[in-house]
Design a binder for this molecule. Structure first.
Ligand SMILES: Cc1cc2nc3c(=O)[nH]c(=O)nc-3n(C[C@H](O)[C@H](O)[C@H](O)COP(=O)(O)OP(=O)(O)OC[C@H]3O[C@@H](n4cnc5c(N)ncnc54)[C@H](O)[C@@H]3O)c2cc1C
Length: 457
């Protein structure tokens, strides 16, 4: 996990770099940031050059510095990782981006907008990357965002204690300075279609619409109140904390006992957010072992330190209301009108890992009392655009199908896509990596289209 550094700490850390002749850190970075160069510039106290170097490959360095899985990527490839003392590349990236903001360093000139006109749908990491890269290539770019504010998961998913919302806003403002126009509260599909956008003269359209629909569990009791999805919970917390929603809408109350189902980063973020809002217990429930969890080990450690409990090898079988809980646990509490509508517990199957490493359901059942369940069991794309546009094919799970040439084009000519809506829920930097390639594909497509039109004239 990255930590904030003073200038002295950052320069001292950068000076530890061994300046390898064949630096492996860069190969560990999905967007091939020129890490050796920015670390060298920083070690010489040249923070302007360090920022310029980062800005060549990334439009979101302050964000990547905070939320990328450095311990699995660049830092894991650092030669010093073998001695357990890898250079803290994430913290250095964060220091350089924050310093550049504080001192108003902005190395890239605004787009002339002369090369063509592109509409970008969605303003998560995918949309922001495509918009930034195309603006740097002199395209005129307009982002259409369905939410009242741009940022996607960066703003409405990842909690404030891991990624400050002001940091997201300021990196988006750098794109505005590049000339990118952002129109919010415009949901493409219901409000306006892809065909409407083409009719407005856009040369190409990019869809970076993410995975808006949360998956749920098909088990008895789903209709009870007190069951919510992690993405909804995290979103209402952001809105409530920024005063845009009544705090009572958050649905986790002061002394609630909360169970979070799942074991990825979304589950851990939901649990760490819940533990900050209740004096009751917060328990993460997972059907495999700690080693099988897909969250970062550092996130797991942080959750444990904050008081989140973990129950492994438990599979949810059903949600229980108060009446069922009374019957199953033999308690004699008085009946109340909410008895059959409110969640009061979870019935789980204990799992055993057998000698062959297989998970088998032979461990008997258990009841876990709880007032709220937060589901973090995956997401899938909404179909707002594909259902209102002819020719954009999706796979059987709803993910958009794209081509290699021009890179990222969908089955509809001129419509491109990348990010979670194409490859499923992954990471910020993977959405950025793919979107950089798609921005290049869009530029090629528009240049070729214009050349052809000129030849025909
Ligand atoms: C809680 C949580 C924590 C995470 N933590 C991390 C982390 O620490 N590190 C990491 O690397 N990754 C993390 N991820 C994953 C990462 O955030 C995603 O992989 C990434 O945001 C995907 O980017 P995207 O641009 O494809 O989609 P999104 O970020 O989902 O953005 C899609 C945007 O499109 C907009 N949109 C959708 N449909 C329309 C429409 N029809 N019209 C207009 N706008 C539309 C949405 O409102 C949204 O703003 C996390 C994800 C979650 C949910």
């Amino acid at each position: 996990m990255s930590k904030k550094m003073t200038m002295q700490e950052a320069i001292t850390e950068a000076k530890r770099c061994l300046n390898c002749s064949r630096p492996l850190c860069r190969t560990g970075c999905p967007i091939e940031n020129n890490i050796p160069e920015f670390v060298r510039a920083l070690s010489e106290g040249n923070i302007g050059t360090a920022y310029e170097t980062i800005a060549e490959r990334s439009n979101l360095p302050a964000i990547c510095g905070r939320v990328c899985a450095h311990e699995k990527q660049c830092e894991a490839h650092c030669i010093l990782a073998k001695k357990n003392s890898a250079i803290s590349i994430g913290s250095l990236e964060m220091f350089i981006a924050d310093f550049a903001h504080e001192y108003g360093l902005n190395p890239v000139p605004p787009s002339t907008g002369k090369r063509g006109k592109v509409a970008v749908i969605g303003s998560g990491p995918a949309g922001l990357t495509v918009a930034g890269d195309l603006a740097k290539m002199d395209f005129a770019v307009t982002i259409f965002e369905g939410q009242p504010e741009p940022g996607g998961v960066l703003l409405f998913g990842i909690p404030e204690f891991r990624l400050e919302k002001d940091v997201v806003r300021r990196e988006i403002n750098i794109l505005r300075k590049l000339g990118v126009e952002i129109i919010t509260n415009k949901l493409i599909g219901p409000d306006m279609t892809v065909d409407d956008l083409f009719a407005q003269g856009y040369d190409a359209i990019f869809m970076g619409t993410g995975t808006a629909l949360p998956r749920t569990l098909d088990i008895p009791g789903q209709e009870l109140s007190g069951i919510l999805t992690a993405t909804y919970f995290l979103r209402v917390v952001v809105l409530a904390d920024s005063g845009k929603l009544d705090k009572r809408e958050v649905l986790i109350h002061d002394d609630d006992d909360v169970v979070v189902i799942g074991a990825g980063n979304v589950a851990i973020d939901a649990a760490r957010t819940a533990v900050r809002r209740t004096t009751g217990s917060v328990t993460v429930l997972y059907h495999k072992t700690a080693k099988d969890m897909s969250c970062l080990p550092s996130e797991y450690e942080a959750a444990l330190q904050e008081g989140v409990q973990f129950k492994f090898l438990k599979k949810p079988l059903g949600y229980l209301n108060k009446k069922q809980m009374r019957a199953l646990t033999n308690t004699r509490a008085k009946a109340s009108p909410a008895d059959e509508t409110e969640l009061a517990g979870l019935l789980v199957q204990n799992i055993v890992k057998d000698q062959d490493g297989k998970f088998v359901e032979t461990g008997g059942q258990e009841i876990i009392p709880c007032d709220a369940v937060i589901l973090a069991v995956g997401q899938r794309p909404a179909a707002r655009i594909v259902s209102t546009t002819k020719g954009i094919q999706v796979d059987d799970r709803g993910f958009v199908i794209t081509k290699e040439r021009p890179y990222g084009m969908t089955t509809r000519a001129g419509v491109f896509s990348s990010g979670d809506v194409v490859h499923g829920p992954k990471t910020v930097v993977l959405a950025m990596k793919e979107s950089k390639k798609v921005a290049a594909g869009i530029a090629q497509y528009i240049d070729a289209k214009k050349l052809l039109a000129e030849c025909e004239e």
